[in-house]
Design a protein around this ligand. Structure first.
Ligand SMILES: Cc1cc2nc3c(=O)[nH]c(=O)nc-3n(C[C@H](O)[C@H](O)[C@H](O)COP(=O)(O)OP(=O)(O)OC[C@H]3O[C@@H](n4cnc5c(N)ncnc54)[C@H](O)[C@@H]3O)c2cc1C
Length: 229
């Protein structure tokens, strides 16, 4: 959504092809429905807390740092607030406000929206020539493939983009979850919340601040930043 609006703002004729009837279905459930939009720490701190792939993300974070992300969304009419751990949320605690701001931005910049599932990218003379959706080809010279990861496929991101990229000869590394639920056996019955002392039994490269708290519920554990797990 953001890429389409920025490309349109810069003068490109843009058509966004979305398989769902609702835009930003995953975005609307992020941060338990509140959308943890960014982290207001300096870029160097943010990068220090990314244990794998931080180098890859360096140019993106320097090009569009957290304070600019915050200013950008506030300009789009979404007031923000910063909570514990420098986490940034919309003041409304409603992730829909972020998705709607992006939708309005797309509308304002003239992005055309089409409902459909992209199946294949076509190539002519060594460049992109179109996208096949529902049996018809949409002609274009460039494509931004932004089909998401493969978590929560019910939100629409089920790996089509990886498949299309592979078909064009790109290599795709094996896909793995980065955030996973933890199951305890036997179930933890201690009073809540449980405070974890990072020095005991944590993986050697873990960066868990001494003040961090592990919240244990009957079927879940949350709140603890196990950044190298
Ligand atoms: C439960 C949950 C909570 C999260 N909470 C946070 C959080 O608080 N903060 C945070 O920063 N990140 C959070 N994330 C991660 C965040 O949601 C993703 O990083 C983000 O949505 C990725 O955006 P994207 O545009 O790349 O992909 P997506 O949001 O997945 O969007 C891809 C879009 O492409 C569409 N699409 C896919 N294939 C096709 C096709 N073939 N044809 C047409 N359309 C297609 C999909 O329908 C979808 O709308 C959370 C993720 C989950 C699952």
């Amino acid at each position: 959504m953001l890429a389409s609006a920025i490309a349109a703002e810069r003068g490109a004729g843009v058509l966004l092809l979305e398989r769902n009837s609702v835009l930003g279905k995953k975005l609307r459930i992020t941060g338990k429905g509140r959308c943890n939009l960014t982290n207001s720490s300096p870029v160097s701190d943010v990068l220090d807390n990314i244990t794998t792939g931080g180098r890859f993300l360096q140019s993106a974070f320097h090009g569009f740092p957290p304070y600019e992300t915050m200013a950008f969304f506030e300009q789009l009419g979404v007031p923000l607030k910063t909570e514990r751990g420098s986490r940034v949320f919309p003041q409304s605690d409603n992730a829909n406000d972020i998705a709607e701001a992006l939708r309005r931005y797309m509308e304002k910049t003239g992005v055309e929206l089409m409902r459909g599932r992209a199946r294949k990218l076509t190539v002519a003379n060594g460049g992109i020539s179109g996208v096949i959706s529902s049996g018809t080809e949409i002609n274009c010279k460039s494509v931004i493939l932004a089909t998401g990861g493969i978590s929560y496929p019910a939100t629409g991101s089920s790996g089509d983009g990886h498949k299309m990229a592979c078909e064009l000869g790109h290599s795709v590394t094996p896909l793995r979850p980065s955030l996973v639920p933890l199951a305890a056996e036997p179930l933890v019955t201690a009073p809540l919340p449980v405070t974890v002392r990072p020095s005991r039994g944590m993986p050697p490269r873990s960066r868990v601040a001494p003040s961090e708290t592990l919240m244990v519920a009957p079927l879940s554990a949350s709140g603890l930043k196990l950044s190298t797990a």
